[in-house]
Unconditional design. Sequence first.
Length: 157
Amino acid sequence: MLRSTRQLEETINNFQMQKLQDIKGIFTDFITIEMLFHAKSLEVYSSTFQNLSDMDIDKDLERFRSRIQVHDGLLDNKILQSSIPLTSTMPRYPSPTISTLKQLSDYPRRHHESTLQRQEEMEEEDEEEQEEEEEGKKRESYAVKYTRMKRQQYGGV
């Protein structure tokens, strides 16, 4: 009887020890995953905060304005006025000067150059955004990596 009691105590102690080790492992894994998750969250929040701090509102507003391509009404108005034939019912305006004509003839070239410059800036921004997206796809969260590693280790999914 003494022997069976000792075996029973030993079995219970082994069971309890295994249970405590399992609980410790589960909580250690859980806490590790949570710490990694919060570390990654802090990294994302810090990066976002830095981006917001570095944000140049004036530059962004200028970029926005260049993208909507609002034409200068005064310049368009001058072009319109010079193309309308004068009649006796319309008020007479002085003939345009040579410098005004040069400015008007340069307008398509300047407009084309500024459009090309805006287009190049937009393409550069698009490339930067694509690179950032690709970087984001390559980066997996630490919690996902850790969980995958643990699942493989335990023969899980």
